[in-house]
Design a protein. Structure first.
Length: 132
């Protein structure tokens, strides 16, 4: 069984596969993008959705940004895009198992935020008070 490595406890292996390192860096950048996280969450909660439904549910996103986000997610294997041959064309998106597992992996960030919200807010307030 593979063991989870804690960042502060164990240095990275000296012979780290550069492809794995590149993928981790790429995914962190992509998932740190708020639109990817929101799309992951919406699709996890709602299942398969048409583009227009996603656009309504992902508040604040432009059509262009949603399209770009979905293309990146599709390329990475996180969502599947199904085009139905009707007039007008109907396009639907759903999470793949890979996308669902990524969402589950980052769920820990939400749990951490819930557990530490007050501590972070207090620290920010103390910092801001010192700056004024």
């Amino acid at each position: 069984m593979r063991q989870t490595r804690r960042i502060a406890e164990t240095p990275p292996p000296e012979e780290c596969d550069p492809r794995v390192e590149a993928l981790v860096n790429d995914l962190i950048g992509r998932v740190a993008d708020k639109w990817t996280m929101i799309v992951l969450e919406v699709l996890a909660q709602r299942g398969e959705l048409r583009f227009t439904q996603l656009f309504r549910l992902v508040r604040g996103v432009s059509q262009k940004m949603l399209t770009q986000t979905l293309r990146h997610m599709e390329r990475d294997g996180m969502v599947t895009r199904t085009v139905h041959p009707v007039v007008p064309p109907r396009v639907e998106y759903r999470l793949t198992d890979l996308g669902a597992s990524l969402g589950a992996a980052f769920c820990g960030v939400w749990i951490w935020a819930e557990d530490n919200l007050t501590r972070v807010e207090d620290a920010r307030a103390r910092f801001d008070d010192r700056q004024t």
